[in-house]
Design a protein around this ligand. Structure first.
Ligand SMILES: Cc1cc2nc3c(=O)[nH]c(=O)nc-3n(C[C@H](O)[C@H](O)[C@H](O)COP(=O)(O)OP(=O)(O)OC[C@H]3O[C@@H](n4cnc5c(N)ncnc54)[C@H](O)[C@@H]3O)c2cc1C
Ligand SMILES: NC(=O)c1ccc[n+]([C@@H]2O[C@H](COP(=O)([O-])OP(=O)(O)OC[C@H]3O[C@@H](n4cnc5c(N)ncnc54)[C@H](O)[C@@H]3O)[C@@H](O)[C@H]2O)c1
Length: 445
């Protein structure tokens, strides 16, 4: 039996942040991973998606400049683009593992499960630790319907050797929107099948509708109020069968109906760890409910904050401080930006315009059509729109919704303004390079 100060289960962004922090502080640290080192984000999530998006963005930028100096819209060469993705992703597992070994973090490859609240087993190896951190993330939720064996996931899509002629996405959340935009730009006939009429629930619904309209104009078909009942294989492809006689012929069906926590293999009961369908239950120190020395971090945690890479890293760093006892305060999340990487991008942070509208004594909403602002006109974006929520008493920006190709950059500037509580007067004391998206910031107050 080998004993460590800390054992971490899961080698994704959450587990790695904790491992490096604890090792740097002198702890003996082991980390266990049962699949690819690096986890979801760099292997089959954020990063590969964003590499594919590079070509999609270039195509969209050219499209917007037709008749404004660019002739002919480029086409996406999918195999070349996929090779560019592999250039990056193929090395992640080995480089992550090498990085851990360089720092003398002890690595185990295999599926970990609890024997008791201080003991874990990986294959034949028994490990014990003073503190244990669960960082096992989530996986796609697959619909339990006839033909479920034909359902593909975001992981399959991000590895497509060829782009199918027709692709159907089930779901109306982040994954469906982002991957549908990529497939459509790559030339596929795309359907997005949603069981109700509500897309991207956490975002400003006016801006969501504007995004949907733009994606429709680009060729994506939105099939709403369709409960998917079955997937049937045919000689040429698949048929998606839904209520009210819905039938869609397609070549690939991607199930994007949310993600579920990786907890089944952990034998949580052996350590009296409680979980629900959203993940492991923790207190506001990220400790599991009955064991103060067992923590859970990242996507596997049952919590209201969005399940994103920077949140996983934040929790990893927080738990390091908890274990080192350098910080005893409950976790205090900053305001967290969220972003849908479609064409265009949709971003949100802080108080939404809908919430602000319920309390007009407290908030004021600036509803800004940005289409004719120099920044957006220069690149000939067909439509750019922001809603800025200002707190009346302080004049501070407390919430932003942003729809534009530039929303990914802008939302981070706003994250900084909001989290640092920067006033219009303080901003006026700064000089930004001009003309840039950042040099517009003063006009949003
Ligand atoms: C398609 C897609 C796109 C995304 N895009 C973005 C984005 O643009 N921006 C963003 O912020 N977030 C994005 N995300 C979310 C982001 O990937 C996750 O929030 C992040 O990876 C969470 O990190 P984590 O360490 O908690 O979990 P993970 O990265 O999932 O890592 C958990 C690790 O634990 C391992 N594991 C599981 N069970 C066991 C076990 N019993 N024993 C040993 N190891 C185990 C898994 O193999 C995995 O490697 C995206 C996700 C997907 C699927
Ligand atoms: N840009 C980003 O930051 C990013 C990108 C991709 C994924 N992610 C992360 O991954 C998570 C999962 O993304 P996702 O799009 O799979 O989930 P999601 O929760 O964003 O969306 C799930 C969608 O599936 C629909 N749905 C749920 N149950 C259904 C059912 N039984 N039948 C039909 N439709 C159903 C929901 O109405 C919703 O539209 C996100 O919540 C986020 O944490 C983040």
């Amino acid at each position: 039996m080998t004993k460590f100060d800390v054992i971490i289960i899961g080698g994704g962004p959450a587990g790695l942040a904790a491992a490096y922090g604890l090792k740097a502080a002198g702890k003996s640290v082991a980390i266990i991973e049962n699949d690819l080192w690096g986890g979801t984000c760099p292997n089959r999530g954020c990063d590969p998606k964003k590499i594919l998006l590079a070509a999609v963005e270039a195509k969209a930028a050219s499209q917007h400049l037709q008749k404004y100096g660019i002739q002919n819209v480029p086409t996406i060469n999918w195999p070349e683009l996929m090779a560019s993705k592999h250039d990056y992703t193929d090395g992640i597992n080995d480089s992550t593992l090498a990085g851990l070994k360089d720092e003398q973090v002890i690595t185990f490859h295999g599926t970990a499960h609890f024997i008791d609240d201080q003991t874990l087993q990986v294959a034949e190896t028994i490990l014990t630790a003073t503190d244990i951190i669960i960082a096992t993330g989530q996986r796609p939720n697959l619909l339990a319907i006839p033909g479920e064996q034909y359902l593909l996931t975001s992981t399959d899509f991000l590895d497509f050797a060829e782009m199918p002629q027709r692709v159907a996405f089930i779901g109306g959340g982040y994954v469906a929107f982002e991957l549908a935009a990529i497939a459509n730009a790559a030339g596929a006939e795309v359907h997005l099948i949603q069981h109700n009429q509500h897309f991207l629930k956490a975002f400003d619904q006016d801006l969501v509708q504007e995004l949907v309209e733009q994606l429709k104009q680009q060729g994506i078909q939105f099939d709403t109020d369709i409960e998917t009942k079955a997937i049937r294989k045919t000689t040429t492809g698949f048929v998606v069968e839904g209520n009210s006689g819905y039938q869609l012929d397609t070549d690939a069906v991607i199930c994007a109906t949310g993600r579920i926590p990786n907890i089944e293999d952990l034998a949580l009961a052996a350590a009296h760890i409680e979980a629900d369908r959203h993940g492991i239950k923790v207190n506001d120190h990220l400790q599991t409910l009955h064991n103060s020395h067992i923590y859970a971090i990242g996507d596997v945690v049952s919590r209201t904050q969005p399940k994103l890479t920077p949140v996983a890293g934040f929790e990893g760093r927080y738990v390091v401080q908890q274990i080192l006892k350098t910080d005893k305060a409950p976790i205090n999340y900053p305001v967290i930006p969220t972003l849908v990487y479609a064409t265009p991008k949709l971003a949100q942070i802080g108080v939404s315009a809908q919430v602000a509208a319920q309390d007009t004594d407290k908030y004021q909403v600036h509803d800004l059509d940005l289409t004719h602002w120099f920044t957006y006109q220069r690149i000939r974006e067909p439509h750019a729109h922001a809603k800025i929520v200002i707190e009346q008493a302080t004049g501070l920006i407390v919430g932003v919704s942003f729809l534009s190709e530039l929303a990914d950059e802008m939302i981070n500037y706003f994250a900084n303004l909001i989290n640092q509580q920067i006033t219009a007067e303080q901003l006026a004391q700064q000089i930004f390079a001009y003309p840039t998206p950042a040099s517009d910031l003063g006009y949003f107050y």
